[in-house]
Each structure stands twice: as C-alpha cells, then as structure tokens.
Ligand binder design. Structure first.
Ligand SMILES: N[C@@H](CCC(=O)N[C@@H](CS)C(=O)NCC(=O)O)C(=O)O
Length: 205
C-alpha cells in the first residue's frame, strides 16, 4: 500500500490512521497544482488531490472518508468502525461532516479565500465565514467529547478526521479548540507511531 500525501495536509489523518493500524505501507509526496510535477501526479490520481491510496492490487482509492472506511473494514479487529448499523452511520455522519463541511467549506475558505471569491476585497469576508464553519465543527466535536476520550466512545475513523482539523487549529493557531479537543489531539499526537509518521512528512522525525 502506498499513501500519496502533501506534508501537513489533510492526508495526515490517513497517515495517522495507517500508523495506528501498524501494517506495512509506504508514502510518497504528491504534487501541488501549478507545479511542474503536477502532470505526473495527475497520471496517478486524476483528481490531483491528497490523500490518495494505492492498494496492494494497484488500484487507486481517493476521498478521505472512503479511504478511512476501507482501512477500517480491512482491519476489523481494531474496531475503527462500529459493526452495528446505528453506530456505523453516526461515525460516517461525523467523518463526512468534518471533511466535507468543516474542512472543505470552513478551513479552505480560511486558507484559500481566492478559491471562493476572485476579488481580494471579498477575502476578509470569505475568511470570516470560513472561520465560523471551522469553529462550529470544533465546537460540535467538543460537545461530543464530553466525558469520553473518543468521539463515539471507542476510537473510530471519525477521530482521525477530527485529528487533522485539530492539528491545523493548533499548528496554524486558527479557531479556538476547546480543552477536550486539545486533549483529544494530544491523545493521538502522543502515540509514538502517529507522531513519528507525521513528523517524518516534513523530515523532522
Ligand atoms: N474531497 C477530498 C479533498 C481532498 C483535498 O482537498 N485535499 C487537499 C489537501 S488538504 C489537496 O489535495 N490540495 C492540493 C491542491 O489543492 O493543490 C478528500 O476528502 O480527500
């Protein structure tokens, strides 16, 4: 298995999940749009995004929630996705919300306002809207974490989606993660395999 990543991007969530699972995998740096290497990367992943997983049969898997679900299902002994239907859909509901709303509609507005408004005059308003969406996600997670270590009691793939958002909040000082989110981030970040994996992305491990 090979994970295509960009250092510090949302692919850290899948990288952390792979580290937690503990089975052999490799990583390779993808390329950003508007770089000379991008055309080569798009031949591997036509969407040009990360995370992208090349499975052992050579097939490509994209989209964070889908990659995470596939990894969880392939490693059922770890219980990263509940086996009862209600438990499963709640974990998927939160994972989907964190990725497609909090990240794509919130964080992306904060960091890349030009994707949403061509005129620079609008960027402050776009960022403010994005911050609201991002903070609402952190607040929702803070509520769910009341009295427990993981979003749904036991560690699940949703915790790895939250992890990368918390990491961005901490590293980039964006939003205000509450004490439970901070502790949740630290809970994953302090796991040696996860920390080593993420730090190795930027060569600082
Ligand atoms: N819907 C995709 C979103 C992936 C995504 O937006 N990835 C960003 C990194 S956080 C990316 O590849 N950005 C590279 C670029 O836009 O050049 C998913 O869930 O995996």
């Amino acid at each position: 298995m090979k994970l295509y990543l960009l250092p510090g991007a949302c692919s850290i969530g899948i990288h952390a999940l792979l580290a937690e699972i503990g089975k052999p995998f490799t990583t390779e740096k993808a390329a950003r749009a508007n770089t000379p290497e991008f055309d080569t990367y798009r031949r591997i992943n036509p969407k040009g995004k990360v995370p992208a997983l090349i499975r052992d049969d050579g097939s490509l898997l994209t989209e964070f929630p889908v990659i995470a679900l596939w990894l969880a299902r392939m490693n059922p002994e770890l219980g990263l996705i509940p086996t009862d239907i209600e438990g499963e859909i709640r974990v998927l509901e939160m994972t989907e919300y964190l990725v497609s709303t909090v990240h794509m509609q919130g964080y992306t507005r904060l960091r890349r306002p030009e994707k949403f408004a061509p005129s620079e005059a609008d960027h402050a308003a776009v960022r403010a809207f994005g911050l609201g969406v991002f903070q609402a996600g952190l607040d929702r997670a803070e509520q769910l974490l009341e009295g427990r270590d993981w979003l749904f009691g036991a560690m699940s793939i949703a915790d790895f989606a939250l992890f990368y958002l918390e990491h961005w909040a901490v590293v980039n000082a964006l939003g205000s993660p509450g004490p439970r989110c901070q502790a949740h981030h630290e809970r994953l970040w302090s796991r040696p395999a996860i920390r080593h994996a993420i730090e190795s992305e930027t060569g600082s491990a």
